[in-house]
Design a protein around this ligand. Structure first.
Ligand SMILES: Nc1nc2c(ncn2[C@@H]2O[C@H](COP(=O)(O)OP(=O)(O)OP(=O)(O)O)[C@@H](O)[C@H]2O)c(=O)[nH]1
Ligand SMILES: [Mg+2]
Length: 608
């Protein structure tokens, strides 16, 4: 993995000069920067280590008016190199930049005391000690502090050793490729090029990515690392991407190119802040290479204090690309210190679900996010607990307590009568119950309700009889089992219906000499499935046909004609099966045919 190290420090303390001495590259690339001898916007340089690895540097300005640009650089670094001039010693932006690195929880790095050639050795010793003291209470506590000169080259060897040690210690970032854009420009004859620090990976030429916010699809036409075209980048490092994209104006610094579904656009986020600013505090929130106006909500349910900080809902002036666990800095302008924070939920609960926001639940989510990759499932579970219900694409999940309440409602709505209750009525009651406990779209609640009823039927709590639901057990009256003639008739009827194209139920029942009570008992015990007024399949035949329909629909949209030809039956049977599978959300009807629905068993699970 290529490590990205950002400079930091007061104006004119020698950051750019030190990088030039280390790498031979002048990070001050803008004509205005060269003319004025100061860094204005983020610049870049890179260094090849002896073992072949590379370190990328992001150079930032020290000017007090350009702290926003400093944060663009600092937003995507792995480690920091704080530069302090020996003659000046620590100054205002030394302290401010260090506070920002601390707020971003940058733990890896080093400090370099530069311009040692311009002062007496005693002065170097005292500045070294002062800088060590400054680092001690921050995330960079204990980082090495090295004296060097960017002009004479003195001490650069020790700086290189320390840089190598920083690179050794860093862990790679396991996640789909994500790049926070810091520059956008058009290259004649090539189109749009964006640059940034690649997180996760790998990224390969031809890959499809999304631009967030906006979710605009883009294709990677070319990848360049350090000015050379490459087929693929594995992980990390400064990366330039030539994009096949229609509109250059649609791309800006702060946007994110990603293949990570966890990155979403949001202007309202649930966060943990390192300290606790008052409700309605305003400031600027810097996250990655982006910045937005921010207002902190610390009232009512948001005024929670958890281990490690204060919970808040932050409203942003613009939508930013955000992923759970992202670090950010909130700046309120001098003299207030910057506040560091971490995103707990980029799309926090609204409405009724807000009632679920308790200290315990938020703390659980926070702990799961800190746990990193291994606890992604734990984070998803903790987020579900906070929301009560979550709809992601076609997939809807309910928190345990919400599902339990809805199941109670279902049983109540079905009642204990042998006739049960119409499926539609029970489903509506379950939908109401879910929406009374959690904020969820109506269509998602319908999917969840159908799934919950299916589960109750599968678990044997309820029995489905055509378009009705019955409490299990109520229809299976003892006399039926006691009557051997009825039992035989039921067996005969079940066998007659165990084919892909069974005869009409009334005719089959007559031929099997099976009375109405036997038909009901077969249905309520799940041995046959009633799909229409006079159409029933034995469960075995129904399962076969359903599995075939799902398998075919998983390959390509399944049309009634295609299914009819595959099963050798007629339209009547095929429509009944497909409509039933649609109703149960195992399939979903589209203009091109039926495709797997929200409740379709996922391929992975089916393969197990
Ligand atoms: N004598 C001496 N002068 C140095 C050294 N490093 C930098 N300088 C001088 O200090 C001035 C500022 O150096 P820069 O490298 O541009 O400082 P910077 O920290 O990048 O400044 P900004 O990017 O504007 O914040 C230049 O005139 C350098 O020549 C050093 O080690 N010794
Ligand atoms: Mg500079």
């Amino acid at each position: 993995m290529t490590v990205v190290i950002g400079t930091a420090g007061h104006i004119d303390h020698g950051k750019t000069t030190l990088l030039r001495a280390l790498t031979g590259i002048d990070a001050d690339r803008l004509p205005e920067e060269r003319r004025r001898g100061m860094t204005i916007d983020v610049g870049y340089a890179h260094l090849a280590l002896e073992d072949g690895r590379e370190i990328d540097f992001v150079d930032v300005p020290g000017h007090d008016k350009l702290v926003g640009n400093m944060l663009v650089g600092a937003g995507e670094i792995d480690a920091a190199m704080l530069v302090v001039a020996a003659n000046d010693g620590p100054r205002a932006q030394t302290l401010e930049h260090l506070a920002l690195l601390d707020a971003l929880a940058i733990r890896a790095g080093l400090a370099v005391i530069t311009k040692t050639d311009a002062v007496e050795p005693e002065r170097v010793t005292s500045v070294l000690a002062a800088v060590e003291r400054l680092l001690a209470p921050t995330s960079l506590a204990g980082a090495p502090v090295i004296a060097a000169s960017g002009i004479t080259g003195d001490g650069l060897d020790r700086v290189r050793v320390a840089l190598t040690a920083v690179a050794d210690d860093l862990q790679s970032d396991e996640r789909p490729p994500t790049l926070g854009i810091d520059r956008v420009f058009s290259v004649k004859g090539r189109g749009i090029v964006v640059t940034g620090t690649l997180r996760g990976g790998p990224l390969t030429r031809g890959d499809a990515l999304r631009v967030v916010p906006g979710d605009t699809p883009v294709r990677v036409r070319e990848i360049q690392v350090h000015g050379r075209s490459v087929e693929r980048v594995d992980r990390g490092g400064r990366t330039a991407i030539n994009l096949a994209v229609g509109d250059a104006a649609a791309l800006r610094r702060g946007m994110v190119l990603t293949a990570d579904p966890a990155v979403v656009a949001s202007d309202r986020i649930l966060v943990r802040l390192a300290s606790s600013p008052p409700d309605r505090t305003r400031g600027r929130l810097h996250l990655g290479t982006a910045v937005a106006e921010a207002a902190v909500g610390r009232a009512g349910r948001d005024a929670l204090d958890i281990a490690g900080g204060a919970v808040a809902t932050v409203r942003l002036g613009d939508s930013l690309a955000i992923r759970p666990g992202d670090r950010f800095v909130l700046r309120r302008g001098a003299p207030a210190l910057p506040v560091g924070g971490v995103v707990l939920d980029p799309l926090p609960a609204r409405g009724i679900s807000r009632r679920r926001q308790t200290t315990e639940r938020v703390e659980r989510l926070d702990r799961a996010l800190i746990g990193g990759q291994s606890s992604r499932d734990a984070a998803a579970a903790a987020r579900l607990e906070l929301h009560g219900a979550l709809a992601e694409g076609r997939h809807v999940t309910l928190a345990e307590d919400v599902a339990r309440a809805a199941a109670g409602t279902a049983l109540e709505a079905v009642g204990t009568a042998a006739t049960g209750a119409p499926l539609a009525v029970v489903r509506a009651a379950v939908e109401r119950s879910i929406r009374g406990h959690a904020t969820i779209r109506r269509d998602a609640a319908a999917v969840a309700a159908a799934g919950l009823l299916d589960a109750l039927v599968a678990d044997g709590d309820l029995v489905r009889d055509g378009d009705r639901l019955l409490r299990s057990g109520v229809a299976a009256a003892p006399p039926i089992e006691a009557d051997p003639r009825l039992r035989d008739a039921m067996d005969r009827l079940e066998a007659a219906l165990a084919v892909p194209a069974p005869p009409a139920l009334s005719i089959a029942a007559r031929q099997a000499a099976c009375p109405e009570a036997g038909v009901r008992a077969l249905a309520s015990s799940g041995r046959i499935v009633l799909l229409g007024p006079d159409l029933a399949f034995a469960m075995s035949a129904y399962r076969d046909l359903a599995a075939r329909a799902l398998a075919m629909a998983s390959r390509e949209p399944l049309t009634p004609a295609g299914f009819r030809d595959a099963t050798g039956t007629s339209r009547k049977y095929v429509m009944a099966i497909l409509e039933d599978l649609d109703r149960r959300a195992i399939l979903r009807r589209t203009p091109d045919g039926h495709v797997p629905g929200p409740k379709a068993p996922r391929p992975v699970e089916a393969a197990r």
